[in-house]
Design a binder for this molecule. Structure first.
Ligand SMILES: Cc1cc2nc3c(=O)[nH]c(=O)nc-3n(C[C@H](O)[C@H](O)[C@H](O)COP(=O)(O)OP(=O)(O)OC[C@H]3O[C@@H](n4cnc5c(N)ncnc54)[C@H](O)[C@@H]3O)c2cc1C
Length: 260
């Protein structure tokens, strides 16, 4: 099996099938050093209880330090100026929280550590897939250094903009939304109580994802011009601007991380 892309999807699949009779070659264009120690990319991933169990079974969960796992007790969906919220809470008798939030780069690092060196998995880092073919004889890919790989199954885990998918002639409909996503870690006055908020406001959506005490990841989806203006602000002005956009729901806000 050839898997293109060692992101969370490609690594999870390779690790899940390791030790089976399937010989897996995992091709990734980033160099090994970046996979072993990925840089923070601003993404905080909400892991459900089922995802946590899966990461446990892959030997990846224990590699994420407990201090880096932030409890997600409840999620609330807000609609414009409506005072009502759709609350999504776990069934009280089964678990106290919906899941946890973990930074994407830590998930990637844990999965890489759990996968590298496993039986039946060959990792080719720093190699980009440039051609892909699939027909009744099998599959093959050509890498940027001219190497040809052949197999029975080809998995395109090279992101939503998958080169492999389009090289195989599979269409995908992309709908431009005219929006940009803006992500920044913030400190705020009011406690989040482990509640994630997704606010469908006018012209924008705002997600506040609970991290440590008094700390959240603010994820704003804005029209291009608004996102550009926000990104141009110095860090000291960013917090008050986000507080204004969130209508002071979290009290004062201070931007602490570089915006992404
Ligand atoms: C702010 C934010 C928050 C998010 N929160 C969540 C969340 O809570 N839950 C969730 O499920 N998702 C979330 N997402 C989305 C999530 O980050 C992606 O769904 C996830 O990273 C996809 O993983 P992947 O392995 O499919 O792709 P990727 O992580 O994009 O990995 C693809 C890999 O393929 C490699 N590659 C690409 N092309 C080639 C090629 N030609 N040859 C070789 N290698 C190649 C790339 O280098 C990369 O390493 C969030 C995204 C953002 C921006």
């Amino acid at each position: 099996m050839i898997i293109v892309g060692a992101g969370p999807a490609g690594l999870s699949l390779a690790r899940t099938l390791s030790g089976s009779r399937t010989e897996i070659t995992l091709v990734e264009k980033q160099p090994r050093e970046q996979l072993a120690d990925p840089r923070p990319d601003g993404r905080e991933i909400a892991l459900t209880q089922a995802s946590i169990r899966h990461l446990q079974s892959l030997g990846a969960w224990e590699r994420i330090a407990p201090a880096e796992r932030h409890e997600l007790r409840e999620a609330r969906v807000l609609d414009g100026a409506s005072p009502f919220a759709l609350a999504i809470a776990p069934p009280a008798r089964r678990t106290s929280h919906l899941g946890v939030l973990v930074s994407n780069h830590l998930i990637r690092r844990a999965l890489f550590e759990a996968t590298e060196g496993q039986d039946g998995v060959t990792l080719l880092c720093g190699r980009e897939v440039r051609q892909a073919r699939a027909d009744s004889d099998g599959v093959s890919v050509r890498l940027d250094d001219g190497t040809m790989l052949e197999g029975d199954l080809l998995v395109a885990a090279d992101s939503r903009f998958s080169f492999t998918r389009s090289a195989l002639g599979m269409g995908a409909e992309m709908i431009p939304t005219g929006r940009n996503m803006f992500v920044c870690r913030v400190r705020h006055a009011h406690p989040h109580a482990g509640i994630a908020t997704e606010w469908f406001d006018y012209r924008r959506t705002i997600a506040m994802l609970p991290l440590g005490p008094g700390m959240s990841s603010a994820v704003l989806t804005l029209p291009h011009e608004d996102a550009k203006e926000l990104a141009a602000l110095p860090l000291a002005q960013l917090g008050p601007q986000i507080a204004a956009l969130t209508r002071d729901r979290w009290g004062w806000i201070e931007a602490v991380g570089p915006p992404v």
